[in-house]
Design a protein around this ligand. Structure first.
Ligand SMILES: Cc1ncc(COP(=O)(O)O)c(C=O)c1O
Length: 493
C-alpha cells in the first residue's frame, strides 16, 4: 500500500484509535491529585518540534511511537479536568462518551449550518430545543434555538438581534440609521462577563454606552437601582435597547432576578437577554431551577452545554422566545447557500441565524448523552456539585482562619484565607500569592477573582469525583502555602 491511501486506511485507523483509547482509559482511571503543572513554553515547543518529521519531499512513513508520544504529551500538559483536585475553572470534565461522539463528528466531518451537509445534527437540534424548552416554558412552535461556537458568540448574536429589532435600519444603513436620534446603549450588571462588553465593542457600542447596573449585597442586579440607572441613561440621550442579566455570574455564580428585570425591560420596550452560559443548566434540575425564575419572560438566553452539561467545547445553545427574532441578527443574501424559497430541507438550515458558515455539529454530543441516559444524568451531577459547594461553604463558615465572601447559589465559591498575623492591608496580595503557590505545589488547581476590589480564592466544582474530603485537603494545602509565605515575610505586611 502506498502511503497516501494508508493514511486513510480503515483498518489502520481502527488499530491506531485503539492505542489512543487505551491511553485515554488510563488517563481517566488516574484519580490522583493533579493540579496544573505549567510547562516552560520554550521546552514544550521544543518537545513538540522534536516530534515533527524531517521528511519534506514525500509523505513520511507512519510511526506508531510518534503517535503515542503526541498523545502522551497532550495528556500530560494542560488542565486536568478529570482529577478530583481540579476545582479551578468552568471548563468541564466531560462525560467520556461525549468524547467518543465528538470523535465520530471529527471523522465524518458534517458541518451543521446547513441541513444538506449535516442532516442528523440539524434534526436533533430541533429535538434538543424542545427538550430543553420544556424547562423554560415557551409554547411549542413559538420559540427558536440555534447552536453557536461558545457563549461569547451567542451573546454577540443575541445583542445583534436586539439591536436590529430596536433599530430596524441599522443593518442596511449602519450608524447613519441613527442620525439625530438617541444613541444605542445596553445595560448590564456590574459583574457581567467580559464577552458582553466585548460584543458591544464589536457592534460599535462604546464603553460610555454601556450602563453598569449596581449590585445588591448578594452580587445580583438590584432592580430598584437598575430603574434609576436606566432613567439617568435616558436623560443623557441613551436608548437602552437591551438589558443583560446573568444567570450565574462568572465571579461568584450569582443569579440576577430575571422576573423583576423582565418587568423592567418590558416596561421600557427593551430586550432582556439572559447570559446563562454558566447557570442555565440548572434549569434541568427540579431542585435548582428556581434560580432562573422568570426565564420564560426573557427574549433570549445563552446556554453553554460545554460548562454544566459536561460535553466537549464548544457547545452553546442560543434560545429566542420569539422564533422570528432568530432571523434578526443577520440579514444577508448569499445565493450560494441561502435558498430564496426554502424547501422542507432548507427550512432546517441554521446558516442564516448563526455567525459561522462551517459550524461544528456540536449538538451531537449533548443529544447522544440525553438520548442514552436522559435528563437525570445532568440533573444528578449538577445537584451533587451544587450540594458539594454548599457543604464547602459550611466548612469554611466553621473554620476561623477562612472567610466566606458570599453564599453560593450554584457551584462557584469564593473565599479568603486569613491566618493570624496577616495584616488587613496585605489580604489582597496574600490571596494572590497563596493561589500562585498552591498552583506551583501542583496538587490542586483553583482560581482567583477580585470581589469588592479585594482578591479572593475561587473554586468551581465541576467534577463529581471531588468530595468534601478533597476540599479539606485543599484547605490544608492553602494553609501550608500561607504559612510558607508568612514565614518568608512576603505579603504579610
Ligand atoms: C457568564 C458567562 N458568560 C459568557 C461566557 C463566555 O462563554 P464561552 O467561554 O463559551 O465563550 C462565560 C465563560 O466563562 C461566562 O461565565
Amino acid at each position: 500500500m502506498t502511503i497516501l491511501p494508508a493514511t486513510f486506511d480503515a483498518k489502520l485507523f481502527r488499530e491506531n484509535s485503539e492505542t489512543v483509547l487505551a491511553k485515554l482509559e488510563k488517563h481517566l482511571a488516574d484519580q490522583s491529585l493533579r493540579g496544573l503543572e505549567l510547562s516552560d513554553p520554550a521546552r514544550l515547543i521544543a518537545a513538540a518540534r522534536a516530534l515533527m518529521t524531517e521528511e519534506r519531499e514525500k509523505i513520511a512513513d507512519f510511526d506508531e511511537e510518534k503517535l503515542a508520544a503526541i498523545v502522551d504529551l497532550y495528556l500530560a500538559t494542560g488542565i486536568q479536568v478529570h482529577s478530583p483536585s481540579y476545582m479551578g475553572r468552568q471548563f468541564s470534565g466531560v462525560v467520556p462518551l461525549a468524547g467518543v461522539i465528538d470523535f465520530v463528528s471529527s471523522v465524518v466531518n458534517q458541518p451543521s449550518s446547513f441541513y444538506e451537509a449535516g442532516q442528523l445534527p440539524n434534526a436533533v437540534e430541533r429535538i434538543m430545543a424542545d427538550e430543553l424548552n420544556s424547562f423554560i416554558g415557551w409554547p411549542a412552535g413559538s420559540f427558536a434555538m440555534v447552536t453557536t461556537s461558545g457563549g461569547s458568540l451567542a451573546n454577540l448574536t443575541a445583542l445583534l438581534a436586539a439591536r436590529n429589532r430596536a433599530f430596524p435600519d441599522y443593518w442596511s444603513h449602519g450608524g447613519a440609521a441613527l442620525a439625530g436620534g438617541a444613541r444605542p446603549a445596553i445595560a448590564v450588571g456590574a459583574d457581567v462577563h467580559y464577552s458582553v462588553s466585548r460584543a458591544a465593542g464589536v457592534m460599535g457600542i462604546g464603553e460610555e454606552q454601556i450602563v453598569r447596573l449596581p449590585l445588591d449585597r448578594d452580587y445580583r442586579i438590584d432592580p430598584a437601582q437598575a430603574r434609576s440607572a436606566l432613567d439617568r441613561a435616558a436623560r443623557t440621550g441613551l436608548r437602552v435597547f437591551c438589558l443583560v442579566a446573568s444567570a450565574g455570574t462568572t465571579s461568584v455564580g450569582a443569579f440576577d432576578p430575571i422576573g423583576e428585570l423582565a418587568d423592567l425591560a418590558h416596561e421600557r420596550d427593551c430586550w432582556l437577554h439572559v447570559d446563562g452560559a454558566h447557570g442555565a443548566s440548572l434549569l434541568v434540575s427540579d431542585e435548582l431551577r428556581g434560580a432562573l425564575r422568570g426565564i420564560a419572560e426573557a427574549d433570549s438566553l445563552t446556554w453553554d452545554a460545554h460548562k454544566m452539561m459536561f460535553v466537549p467545547a464548544p457547545c452553546t445553545l442560543l434560545f429566542y422566545r420569539n422564533r422570528e427574532h432568530s432571523l434578526a441578527a443577520f440579514r444577508q443574501q448569499a445565493s450560494y447557500v441561502f435558498d430564496e424559497e426554502p424547501d422542507i430541507y432548507a427550512a432546517l438550515d441554521s446558516g442564516g441565524k448563526n455567525f459561522e458558515c462551517t459550524k461544528r455539529p456540536m449538538i451531537m454530543t449533548l443529544w447522544a448523552l440525553w438520548a442514552i441516559y436522559g435528563r437525570a444524568l445532568f440533573a444528578e451531577k449538577i445537584e451533587y456539585l451544587c450540594g458539594l459547594t454548599r457543604d464547602a461553604y459550611e466548612i469554611l463558615e466553621a473554620t476561623p482562619d477562612f472567610e466566606t465572601v458570599h453564599r453560593p447559589e450554584a457551584n462557584i465559591l469564593c473565599f479568603r484565607h486569613r491566618p493570624a498575623g496577616l495584616s488587613e492591608e496585605a489580604v489582597h496580595r496574600f490571596q494572590v500569592a497563596v493561589r500562585s503557590r498552591v498552583k506551583h505545589q501542583g496538587k490542586f488547581f483553583i482560581s482567583k477573582v477580585d470581589v469588592d476590589g479585594v482578591a479572593a480564592l475561587r473554586v468551581v466544582m465541576m467534577n463529581h469525583e471531588t468530595t468534601t474530603a478533597h476540599f479539606r485537603l485543599l484547605l490544608t494545602e492553602i494553609r501550608k502555602a500561607g504559612r510558607e509565605l508568612l514565614h518568608a515575610g512576603a505579603a504579610s505586611r
